[in-house]
Design a protein around this ligand. Structure first.
Ligand SMILES: Nc1ncnc2c1ncn2[C@@H]1O[C@H](COP(=O)(O)OP(=O)(O)OP(=O)(O)O)[C@@H](O)[C@H]1O
Ligand SMILES: [Mg+2]
Length: 242
C-alpha cells in the first residue's frame, strides 16, 4: 500500500470544556477522495481548520507528505489548498484580481495562462471582471474552487464545495474534480451534506459524530454494515441515535 499523503493521529480540539474533535485518526492516500460526513456540529470544519493550520490542535499530530505540520508548516501548505464557503476573499477586488493575488502569494509563474485556464474550465468567463462583493453565492463558491485549483495542490480540502451550486454546475464540478484526480493524482478531503454526492465521489467515507469517528469505509461497506438501503438512511439513523 502506498504511503499516505496525510496522516492524522489522535487529533483533539477542545474549546474550553467543549470537545469539538475527540481523538480521531485517519489517513488519505495519494489520489484518494475521502468524504468527511456528519451532522451539523460534528467537527468537520474544525478538523479541516486544524489540517490547514489555522486552528491549533489541543492534542494529536498531523503529518503531510511525511512531514509534521507543526514544524514544516510553510513547506506543507505550499502544496495544499482549500475552499470553504465561510472564508471569503477580498471583496473589493474583481474575480480575476483575486486569482492573481493567490497566484502571487504562492509564487506561481505564467499566472495569466493559469488564470485563463481555470476561468475557462470552471466556466467563469461571464463574471471574471465582476467585483467579488457582487457575486451570487454560487459564483462566489466557484471563485473559491478556482482559487483552490489554481495552485495545483497535491492535497485539497473542500468544505461543502457544492453547497450553493445549481445542479448543473455541481455536476460539472464533480466531473472536474474526478478529472483532476485522474490527471494529477490529487488527493481530496471534502465535506458535503449531499448523500448522493458522497456516494458518487468518495473512495472512502469517514462518518463523524460529536467529534468521534463512528463509521469508516466505502459507501457500500457503511451501508451494508448498518443494514440500511443507502447512505442517507444510515445518516438519519446515526443522527437520530445522537
Ligand atoms: N471557535 C469556536 N469556539 C467554540 N466552539 C466552537 C468553535 N468552533 C467550532 N465550535 C463548535 O465545535 C463544534 C463543531 O463545529 P464544526 O464547525 O466543526 O462542525 P461541522 O461538522 O463543520 O458542522 P456543519 O455541518 O454545521 O458545518 C460545534 O458544536 C461548534 O459550535
Ligand atoms: Mg462545517
Amino acid at each position: 500500500m502506498s504511503t499516505p499523503v496525510l496522516h492524522v493521529q489522535h487529533l483533539v480540539k477542545r474549546f474550553g470544556a467543549f470537545v469539538a474533535v475527540n481523538d480521531i485518526s485517519f489517513d488519505i492516500r495519494p489520489g484518494e477522495i475521502l468524504g468527511l460526513l456528519g451532522p451539523n456540529g460534528a467537527g468537520k470544519t474544525t478538523t479541516i481548520q486544524m489540517l490547514l493550520g489555522v486552528v491549533t490542535p489541543t492534542a494529536g499530530s498531523i503529518q503531510m507528505f511525511g512531514l509534521d505540520l507543526a514544524t514544516h508548516r510553510e513547506a506543507i501548505l505550499q502544496q495544499v489548498n482549500f475552499s470553504s464557503t465561510y472564508v471569503s476573499l477580498p471583496q473589493a477586488l474583481t474575480v480575476e484580481e483575486n486569482l492573481w493575488v493567490i497566484a502571487r502569494l504562492y509564487g506561481l509563474s505564467q499566472i495569466q495562462e493559469r488564470v485563463d485556464d481555470i476561468v475557462k474550465r470552471l466556466e467563469m468567463e461571464e463574471f471574471r471582471h465582476k467585483i467579488t462583493r457582487k457575486l451570487s453565492s454560487g459564483q462566489s463558491t466557484r471563485l473559491g474552487l478556482a482559487k483552490a485549483f489554481l495552485t495545483d495542490p497535491k492535497i485539497l480540502f473542500l468544505d461543502e464545495p457544492t453547497a450553493s451550486l445549481d445542479p448543473d454546475i455541481a455536476q460539472k464540478i464533480r466531473s472536474f474534480l474526478k478529472e483532476e484526480r485522474r490527471s494529477s493524482g490529487l488527493s481530496v478531503l471534502y465535506t458535503s451534506h449531499n448523500m448522493h454526492e458522497m456516494e458518487e465521489m468518495s473512495d472512502r467515507i469517514i462518518f463523524l459524530q460529536r467529534g468521534k469517528i463512528v463509521a469508516e469505509g466505502t459507501a457500500q461497506e457503511i451501508v451494508a454494515r448498518f443494514g440500511q438501503a443507502d447512505l442517507e438512511k444510515v445518516f438519519v439513523k446515526l443522527a437520530r441515535e445522537n
